[in-house]
Design a protein around this ligand. Structure first.
Ligand SMILES: [Mg+2]
Length: 245
């Protein structure tokens, strides 16, 4: 770890999911998801065209900076326009897919032994717990992945999803929206994740950051700038030490 003790007391722990609490490589997982989902749209477009439209609409969500629109609203507005289909015929396809077929993607993931003990440690120390997963998925898909990780939705005070979020990582507004929702100042929050660009950007609003090792994603050159770094076990230890002071 870069630092051994907490610089200032934190009240909330924000945790990324993929590559952090759950061993899952999005670069492999997303293509597998598209292969499973594309056949449901075969009457509208072919699999390659479907992938282009889906990723295009995901891009629209990531680009959106209008605080009046949820990520879900941005996605479906863009996706329905691309497919020239009404929302009422598109939405149920996704809803059924996430409920019934998404669980088949579980073999792409693996539990991380440090995840459960970390959540329990944070709970014991009365920290607010936020699942700060990039809100590109509906709650149904996040709930499945939490289960794969050996966790559940009830363990978190807030889970960021397409339905309740208006911004995506790495936008500072994403982190500010979380702080506002849980009633904490950014300076009272610690964001932990494996993605240097998306998770450590929480520092831009004044949050402390913890780079979780094991599946680090770093798309630029240079040493990652973070307050702390280490394993999930190191993070639990850091929280335990905070109480002693
Ligand atoms: Mg991640």
């Amino acid at each position: 770890m870069i630092k051994k003790t907490m610089e200032h007391k934190i009240k909330a722990l924000l945790l990324d999911l993929d590559g952090t609490l759950l061993e899952l490589d999005l670069d492999l997982f997303v293509p597998a998801l598209i292969r499973l989902l594309a056949p449901h749209f075969s009457s509208i477009c072919g699999p390659e065209q479907f992938a282009v439209h889906l990723m295009g609409s995901v891009g629209a969500m990531i680009e959106n900076d209008d605080p009046a629109l949820t990520n879900e609203a941005v996605f479906f507005k863009d996706f329905c326009r691309r497919l020239n289909q009404p929302f009422d015929s598109i939405y149920p396809i996704f809803e059924q897919f996430y409920k019934k077929e998404f669980p088949r993607l579980r073999p792409w993931s693996r539990q991380r032994p440090g995840a459960r003990p970390l959540i329990e440690t944070a709970r014991r120390h009365d920290l607010k717990l936020v699942l700060a997963t990039n809100p590109l998925f509906p709650l149904a898909a996040v709930a499945h992945r939490l289960e794969w990780a050996g966790l559940s939705t009830e363990q978190f005070d807030l889970i960021t999803t397409v339905e309740n979020s208006h911004f995506c990582k790495p936008r500072p507004e994403y982190y500010l929206e979380i702080a506002g929702a849980i009633g904490c100042r950014p300076q009272e929050c610690l964001m932990a994740g494996n993605d240097v660009q998306e998770d450590l950007s929480a520092a831009r609003v004044g949050m402390a950051t913890f780079l979780v090792e094991g599946m680090i994603l770093h798309r630029e050159s240079g040493e990652p700038q973070c307050t702390y770094r280490g394993s999930l076990e190191d993070l639990a230890e850091l929280i335990n030490k905070q109480e002693d002071r």
